[in-house]
Design a protein. Structure first.
Length: 253
């Protein structure tokens, strides 16, 4: 199970020099949400809220990325149990939503990928994420110390860029919908998922040239469209910095 791989992540991490945690790699302004509001957020996340999540995101002005570019594929991992928490936190949500400017950037990335190879497609694993879902994910990992938990889930007190609808998790797939081999799966908590440590794992034989080539292709098309990759997750790209997202958009409650 994904959560059990936490032990492996710590074991590998102890063999390497300490990396800067996700919280330190990104700007984290103080959250506008008070601690006594947290329970209300989580308590309001009932089945009816999950069932209407797509409508709520649309009403807030976010757009369905496949309406912007139908060549983009979607497989929301948090609408299944195939994720770090082994839990479906999105209910029946099947479509990926982003702020329109971020969705347009993603469309440009797909168009660029099509120019490179018309048989390849972006495959979105996660996009806009309400803050109450962030809290739910955070609490599902409560067996992991907070100092380590931020490596896997951004602290909801600070707000993830996902919570502003300005970040996307994704890979590349072929025409059959089969993801390219990136050498580590989505939500892999071990250091082999770090773009910043690819050279080390390549030299050690844990990653091969084909896997590195696939990662570089993903970064190439996303960078060309204006996205920035996290150093600790090959699949995570920000369309705006945290401060820029906060200044332009309200957090998704």
């Amino acid at each position: 199970m994904m959560l059990q791989r936490y032990v492996l992540a710590l074991a590998i991490g102890s063999l390497l020099s300490c990396s800067t945690e996700m919280e330190q790699n990104s700007e984290h302004p103080q959250s506008s949400i008070e601690s006594n509001d947290i329970n209300n957020l989580i308590n309001n996340s009932d089945e009816s809220a999950l069932d209407s999540l797509g409508n709520r995101l649309s009403e807030m002005g976010l757009v369905d990325v496949q309406q912007i570019n139908p060549n983009i594929r979607v497989d929301l991992k948090y609408s299944s149990t195939d994720n770090l928490m082994n839990t479906n936190v999105y209910g029946n949500l099947k479509r990926a939503y982003l702020r329109e400017e971020i969705a347009q950037k993603l469309s440009r990335a797909q168009n660029y990928l099509t120019e490179i190879d018309s048989n390849l497609f972006l495959l979105v694993y996660d996009a806009a994420r309400p803050q109450w879902v962030q809290w739910k994910m955070w609490n599902l990992l409560d067996s992991i110390p907070v100092s380590k938990r931020v490596k896997f889930v951004s602290n909801p007190k600070n707000g993830s860029v996902h919570n502003y609808g300005a970040a996307v998790d994704l890979t590349i797939c072929n025409a059959k919908g089969e993801p390219l081999d990136m050498g580590a799966g989505f939500d892999d908590p071990s250091d082999i998922a770090y773009p910043s440590k690819e050279s080390y794992f390549l030299n050690q034989g844990f990653l091969n040239e084909a896997q590195i080539k696939n990662r570089l292709l993903l970064r190439r098309v996303m960078k060309q469209a204006g996205f920035v990759n996290l150093e600790t997750e090959w699949w995570h790209f920000n369309g705006l910095s945290r401060n820029a997202a906060k200044s332009k958009y309200e957090i998704i409650p």
